[in-house]
Design a protein around this ligand. Structure first.
Ligand code: ADE
Length: 226
């Protein structure tokens, strides 16, 4: 997989060379290239924004540098991802389907967003997804692009050491939140690991975990509960 990220703050994306995405790059499963949007400006001040038509607060990103950047970076097989609080909520389902894409292009907007014509034109030429990380507002798309990249990259086939842990975790499979987990020591500060987990009885352990997953899901995310 190749991922291109277009941003006015390339340094924000430095963590992509660390941790999981860094490991995937070294393993040859992933290539990440971060671009400075200002490289596609034409004026002396390398301007990327201007005031909104119709008035109102804040600034909007001008279409010309974005158009030139996408012309240079996109290929026939590109999926263009625009992180925005006005997008569709990003889910594990998006992460799963995007993990088999060959080319992702993240367009990180700042200010009040990118001129909509950029997104509309990209939509005519490639696949575009406007995705939100959640119901809160970040200052720009960079942190959202980082989070989405991590969620996607760890699902690339051959990437995770233990693929079984992918099928049991929260939001995978049945869509329940994950059950609570414990490790040694069995007694810590007067708190005990639940007896059933020490019993060696696999059937009872599985039943307990499912019950706990259900209880958590009903309590914390009733919208996901069966
Ligand atoms: N950019 C700003 N806020 C965002 C959010 N909540 N999700 C994705 N991109 C964003």
């Amino acid at each position: 997989m190749r991922i291109d990220v277009i941003t006015i703050f390339p340094d924000y994306l430095a963590p992509l060379d660390l941790s999981l995405p860094g490991k995937a790059q070294r393993a040859g499963l992933l290539e990440v290239v971060v671009h400075d949007l200002r490289d596609w400006t034409q004026d002396r001040h390398r301007t990327v924004d201007d005031t909104p038509y119709g008035g109102g607060a804040g600034m909007v990103m001008r279409p010309e540098p974005w158009g030139a950047a996408l012309d240079a970076v996109c290929r026939d097989d590109s999926v263009v991802i625009v992180p925005t609080p006005s997008g569709i909520p990003f889910t594990q389902g998006h992460a799963e389907s995007l993990s088999s894409a060959s080319h992702l292009v993240f367009c990180c907007g700042r200010y009040e967003g990118i001129d909509q014509r950029v997104v509309d034109e990209a939509n005519d030429r490639w696949t575009v997804q406007e995705l939100s990380l959640g119901d809160f507002v970040l200052n720009g798309g960079e942190v959202a692009a980082l989070a989405m990249t991590e969620a996607i990259v760890r699902l690339i086939p051959g990437f995770m050491g233990n693929p079984e842990s992918l099928s049991e975790e929260s939001h995978a499979g049945e869509g329940l939140l994950e059950y609570p987990v414990y490790t040694k020591p069995s007694s810590w500060r007067g708190r005990e690991v639940p007896d059933v987990l020490l019993s060696g009885h696999h059937g009872q352990i599985a039943a307990w975990r499912r019950e706990e997953a259900l209880r958590r899901t009903r309590e914390r995310r009733p919208d996901l509960a069966p």
